[in-house]
Design a protein around this ligand. Structure first.
Ligand code: PSU
Ligand code: MN
Length: 319
């Protein structure tokens, strides 16, 4: 009845065995399947991400919620069900909506924050997503703001500050106020690390147009830094940012201009709350005639591969 987080976990046998034998595991989130991408790209990317984790030598654990249970590892039928569920029937579960998600029937998808909570409870240390949430444009008001501050700051940032997890992504989503997002992460003590370049990766673009707080030359160096961070026992996560593959990347200036336009349109349309990020991603897909979807899918799979490599490099470290 009043089950604890641990009591709510249903761990897939493959993941359970990997946990028992100390094999590398990578958690994958499910909101990008239900709310971030259209069908069939969503199920294709979910399958391809799992395959990329396996090719790197690790076990994938896609996390979602169904009928009061947190599923850690989905089989293929479950992935398909989640990806094809009627629009609006899947709840977007973050830390603030986790209890609501667990006390209703049917599917909920987990965001970065909820996935981190579940993965940590299961004993998983590495997690791959597309782009983390952050400070939305206009959240803080400011000189260009037409409206008072909205305070729309993703619960992903608070989660990164308190849950120890290596989060591999392609940077904060370009729809955000990226400099403000970096400032919040700095204040909350979360290392943000670019791999292979000085610039912060810009989600669907190679660069966000600002330098990353820290850079490492390659994936082994990222793994070593992440291991050092977790070993300190500070309690928070580390964000490893891998640039989107060059062949599908949107040009930096176009990605930024399109994100600004979509954010303006969302404001005019009065879209806010948890619906905002999915709305912006869908609108950007329209404006770019699908180019953003090609970049988004490729970067998610690439992040999954890199997360798999990091998990394998850290598999020797006792949990
Ligand atoms: N990465 C993507 N697509 C997505 C997301 C990440 O490529 O849709 C999701 C993640 O689940 C992230 C969420 O936690 O977007 C952020 O939502 P919000 O801004 O409402 O916190
Ligand atoms: Mn929000």
């Amino acid at each position: 009845m009043t089950a604890s987080l641990h009591d709510r976990l249903t761990i897939h046998p493959d993941v359970d065995q990997a946990l028992a034998t100390g094999r590398a595991i990578v958690a994958l989130e499910s909101t990008l399947i239900s709310h971030g991408l259209p069908y069939p790209q969503n199920v294709d990317v979910a399958r391809a991400s799992e395959a990329a984790v396996r090719e790197a030598g690790a076990i994938p654990a896609t996390i979602a919620i169904r009928d009061g249970r947190i599923l850690v590892g989905l089989d293929d039928a479950a992935l398909e069900e989640l990806a094809t569920a009627p629009s609006g029937s899947v709840l977007k579960a973050a830390r603030p909506s986790l209890s609501a998600a667990l006390t209703r029937k049917g599917w909920s998808a987990t965001t970065v924050s909820a996935t981190m909570i579940a993965a940590h409870a299961a004993g998983i240390r590495v997690f791959a997503t597309g782009g983390i949430g952050g400070v939305h444009r206009g959240a803080l008001g400011g000189p260009d703001a037409v409206h008072p501050p909205t305070f729309d700051i993703s619960s992903d940032l608070e989660e990164l500050a308190k849950t120890p997890m290596i989060v591999v992504c392609a940077g904060p989503k370009a729809i955000l106020d990226v400099p403000a997002t970096l400032e919040v992460l700095e204040t909350r003590g979360v290392p943000v690390v670019a791999v292979g370049q000085a610039d912060l990766p810009g989600f669907t673009a190679r660069s966000a147009g600002i330098r990353a707080p820290w850079s490492v030359p390659d994936v082994p160096a990222a793994a070593a830094l992440a291991e050092a961070h977790l070993a300190l026992g500070l309690g928070g996560g580390i964000v490893i940012c891998v640039p989107v593959p060059a062949d599908v990347a949107l040009p930096d200036d176009i990605a930024r201009a399109v994100a600004e336009r979509a954010a303006r349109e969302a404001d005019e349309a009065g879209v806010h709350g948890p619906a905002l990020t999915p709305w912006l991603l869908a609108r950007i897909a329209e404006i770019t005639d699908g180019a953003s979807i090609r970049a988004n899918t490729a970067l998610i799979i690439n992040d999954a591969r890199v997360a798999g490599e990091i998990a394998v490099m850290l598999a020797h470290v006792p949990r």
